[in-house]
Write a protein that binds this ligand. Structure first.
Ligand code: F6R
Length: 369
């Protein structure tokens, strides 16, 4: 059942190119246009929406944080992302013009379910992004877009996360399409980029041996920090979450720009710091900023583990370990940048003798509040 892998997690990491392709399947027509008719909220209703609110927990929450960048950039609709467990307790402002997106792999997470019930009581429309057919969250939502990751058995979410991202990008493009903020050509271009991602993930997976060796060499460490900016920030949060739950290590993700506002005090000799570097193309300002962040922490003794695009030479001088990922448009970069972090956490867990598929104290679906 593990298909020759030692753990379900390894199998599920390896299945990611297919999971991504399957989630695109049937949603793009022969001409490369988006066809999301399955989403049962009419184009007229979607045009009325003046706010998007995403609710989710854990890894699904991180996919929502990334979705915010795509939704706001492509549709110009304000988008908030909130932990489902916090959402209803602050009396959020919702009405019939609010599109609430509930993201959940299992479809049974109680916090997310309670958040969506609260949203519907306030008159908001709820779209579920879910991996489990017929589960409670899609049943109680106005509409659903299923991710096609297939069953995810390992407690730590991997392929479900990548497919949640794909589904979020599709929803963002669809919103842009019906609202006219994104035109056919642009949408087709993004879709083309999305359909190449599976291959890019495949290439990342083929180059993971040095990442595994690095992880093993860090098995005795107590702390690993993760830094990112823009969409790389939620990727950093996800890398830290994976390490906590699997390796039982202290791991924290920071927005790289926040370093100087406190976290830089944590940097000491030989502290491993993983940095997710945005593409040097396009938003180069962002790239330059993070390169100086890497310099700053390295000057203070950090051991820098840098995840950067192929061909990005600016980082080479400051990277103690360099993990290359394929060139990818900035907004889609999390689909490839997350993969080495999953492999890293899985290998560290193994090296520390932990139970990879069943980390202590955790359950695959959290059906209590
Ligand atoms: C982390 C992880 C959890 C889940 C969270 C939400 O690897 O698996 O953080 O992402 O419990 O679960 P779902 O997506 O089922 O609502």
């Amino acid at each position: 059942e593990k298909g020759g892998y030692d753990y379900f997690m390894l199998k599920e990491i390896a299945e990611q190119p297919k999971a991504v392709a399957d989630t695109l399947l049937g949603r793009i027509d022969a001409a490369g246009n988006l066809t999301l008719d399955e989403v049962r909220i009419s184009a007229a209703e979607l045009r009325e929406m003046d706010k998007v609110v995403i609710v989710a927990c854990g890894t699904a929450f991180h996919s929502g944080l990334i979705a915010k960048y795509a939704i706001e950039h492509w549709t110009r609709i304000p988008c908030e992302v909130e932990l489902a467990s916090e959402f209803r307790y602050r009396d959020p402002i919702l009405d019939a013009q609010t599109l609430v997106i509930a993201i959940s792999q299992s479809g049974e997470t109680m916090d997310t379910l309670m958040a969506l019930r609260h949203a519907r009581e306030q008159g908001a429309k709820v779209l579920a992004i879910c991996n489990t057919n017929g589960s409670t969250i899609p049943r109680e939502s106005d509409a659903v877009l299923y991710t096609h990751a297939g069953p995810e058995v390992a407690v730590a979410s991997t392929k479900a996360f990548l497919t949640q991202l794909v589904a979020c990008y599709l929803v963002a493009l669809y919103l842009g399409q019906v609202r006219g903020t994104k035109w056919g050509d642009e949408i087709r271009a993004v879709i083309r980029d999305l359909s190449r991602i599976g291959g890019a993930v495949e290439r990342v997976l083929e180059t993971m041996e040095p990442v595994r060796a690095l992880a093993r060499s860090l098995a005795g460490k107590d702390t690993v920090l993760f830094l990112g900016r823009h969409v790389g920030y939620p990727v950093a949060l996800e890398g830290a979450l994976k390490l906590k739950e699997l390796a039982y290590m202290h791991a924290e993700g920071f927005a790289a720009g926040e370093l100087k506002h406190g976290p830089i005090a944590l940097i000491e000799e030989d502290l491993p710091v993983v940095v997710v570097v945005p593409s040097p193309r396009g938003r180069s300002l962002l790239h330059d900023k993070i390169v100086s962040n890497i310099q700053e922490i390295r000057a203070r003794g950090a051991r820098t583990i840098v995840i950067a695009e192929e061909g990005d030479e600016a980082v080479e001088a400051y990277a103690d370990h360099l993990i290359r990922i394929p060139v990818t448009p900035t907004l889609l970069q999390p689909l490839v940048a997350t993969v080495p972090l999953q492999v890293f956490a899985c290998e560290l867990a193994t090296a520390r003798g932990n139970e990879v598929d069943q980390p202590r104290n955790l359950a695959k679906s959290v059906t209590v509040e």
